[in-house]
Write a protein that binds this ligand. Structure first.
Ligand code: HEM
Length: 502
């Protein structure tokens, strides 16, 4: 009797089985954890072929509703956005990794503090604010392209561009948030931040933390201890950055930046913990997502199909900017539809957060006659939605043209959807557009001489960690052949002169 009772307790779920919603069968206590393996998005897409677009699964003691198709995500995440506004608390990320600096906005349950922080972030990331940050994107994209120019040996050298783009993204985040930047890719603090943030991104994924779902596993704390070590390392550099900014403000040598504005504005009404949470959000949000998209985009451009795409993009840029001023104009306007369509297709095709970020409902939701109770966890299979054949023609083909002409409404789920959609989408789009315009006008991107380093063009194959929250591009190499060396040198020189004081 006692054994039976104990079994019933460890085998129970937070929310009872939802009547009328198909369910994937799993194991006692573990639910579908074994079945989903290391690539949740792919396994769930396969299950949805049998169970339909929306179904329930058990992962340990948590019952989760999964949406896999474009329309079902739109129905749940957009039409029911006020009910799907909260986030769940998960053991590893919330109790271990975040115990000192607080939660990021993207991992906070919905409450008054989250509302205040999201509002402050939204104000700091709205269109006029983003335009005021373009000088930062100018300097950072100039700096990355200058390095590629120096390293490319006129297109003869196979280059791994991943470190250049990590530095671009980190410097952009740090400049935006703290008004500070790194001058060398070899800086120890830079490497530390990149390594720790990538490791923490792995702790946040839906598939890497069985102890989040099976409380019994917390009795074997190896994973939690590892997470704790990364927390301490993260605390160290976040404190260095914030203290550095406070010192600069005291010495009146600070540069305009988001945290500086908040620290100097007594009416922002945010306490120290909330300021730290916003800093953490801003530093981590664009750190792996932006470079992942640029790197995947470059990897695709280096393929044989990519040669056609870059040729068309280059011709359209030349048509719109016959006076070779695209390098400057991309900072103030987004006027090349094919390049906009290209980065949208990169966002869709590679959907770098394939399982989006989890949500928790704060009201009952009715879906196709089924009542899903308050407090249920919802996972969006964003990759599944972005490869939905009912919505996208030949979704497995990389085709920027699908985003040309009148494309209104939801275009893809790379930024999530609804009430807690990515707050930095506009900034991210501006970064992607500027970077690709500059790169394509500066270079022809060619496959590597050493074929062993050729990029994988299939999105799943190109990702080296399916268990991480954000896809991490596998190492590949490609060549950059300057289209016109004198012109490129002149663009770089004009940017250097303009940004010398920075
Ligand atoms: C290409 C780059 C980026 C991608 C693919 C991306 C993707 C995402 C996704 C999928 C979410 C979850 C949305 C949901 O639950 O529906 C999210 C949330 C968020 N993102 Fe981004 N993001 C990017 C860049 C950025 C940048 C540059 C910033 C700010 C500097 C940013 C700030 C945020 C914030 C604050 C949230 C949390 C929103 C909330 O929970 O209320 N993101 N992002």
């Amino acid at each position: 009797m006692i054994i039976w009772l104990l079994f019933k307790i460890v085998d129970s779920t937070d929310i009872p089985k939802i009547r009328g919603l198909p369910e994937a069968t799993g194991w006692p206590i573990f639910g579908c954890l074994f079945q989903l393996g290391t690539n949740h998005s792919l396994a769930l897409s396969k299950l949805s072929k049998k169970l339909g677009p929306v179904f329930q699964i058990r992962l340990g003691n948590k019952r989760i509703v999964i949406a896999n198709s474009f329309d079902s995500i739109r129905e749940l995440w957009i039409r029911n956005q006020s009910s799907l506004i909260s986030r769940p608390l998960l053991h590893t990320f919330h109790t271990v990794v975040s115990s000192s600096q607080g939660f990021t906005i993207g991992t906070s349950p919905w409450d008054e503090s989250c509302k205040r922080r999201r509002k402050a972030a939204a104000t700091a990331l709205n269109k006029p604010a983003v335009q005021s940050y373009m000088p930062i994107i100018d300097v950072e994209s100039y700096s990355a392209i200058k390095d590629i120019f120096q390293e490319c040996k006129d297109g003869q050298m196979d280059i791994n561009i991943i470190p250049h783009l990590q530095r671009f993204a980190l410097n952009t985040s740090l400049m935006l948030n703290y008004g500070t930047r790194f001058t060398s890719s070899d800086d120890e603090l830079l490497k530390e931040i990149c390594n720790v943030e990538a490791a923490i991104s792995r702790f946040r994924s839906t598939s890497n933390n069985w102890q989040d779902y099976v409380p019994l596993l917390r009795l074997f704390p190896a994973k939690s201890n590892e997470a704790n070590k990364f927390r301490l390392r993260r605390d160290r550099y976040l404190n260095i950055l914030l203290d550095g900014l406070k010192q600069d403000i005291a010495n009146e040598t600070d540069k305009p930046c988001i945290t500086g504005n908040i620290l100097k504005d007594p009416s922002a009404q945010l306490n120290e913990a909330e300021i730290k949470s916003i800093c953490l959000t801003m530093v981590s949000a664009g750190l792996d997502t932006i470079p992942a998209n640029i790197i995947f985009g470059i990897s695709y451009l280096s393929s044989s199909h990519g040669q056609e795409i870059q040729q068309r993009a280059y011709e359209e840029i030349q048509d719109i900017y016959p006076d070779d001023d695209a390098w400057e104009r991309c900072l103030v306007e987004e006027r090349v539809p094919y390049v906009t369509a290209f980065y949208k297709e990169v966002l869709r095709y590679f959907t770098v957060i394939p399982m989006c970020l989890p949500r928790r409902s704060i009201h009952d939701i009715e879906y196709n006659g089924v009542m899903i109770p308050t407090g249920t966890l919802f996972y969006m299979n964003a990759f599944g939605g972005d490869y939905d054949e009912e919505h996208f023609e030949n979704p497995e083909i990389f085709n920027p043209e699908r985003y040309l002409g009148d494309v209104e409404g939801t275009q893809h789920f790379a930024y999530g959807a609804g009430s807690r959609m990515c707050a930095g989408a506009h900034l991210a789009n501006r970064e992607l557009f500027t970077f690709f315009i500059r790169l394509i006008t500066a270079f022809r991107i060619l496959p590597p001489k050493d074929e062993n380093y050729a990029a994988a063009t299939d999105a799943m194959e190109a990702n080296q960690y399916h268990t991480a929250l954000v896809a991490e591009p596998k190492i590949f190499k490609c060549r950059f052949e300057p289209r016109n060396k004198d012109l490129l040198a002149a663009w770089l020189e004009s940017t250097r002169q303009r940004t010398e004081d920075d």
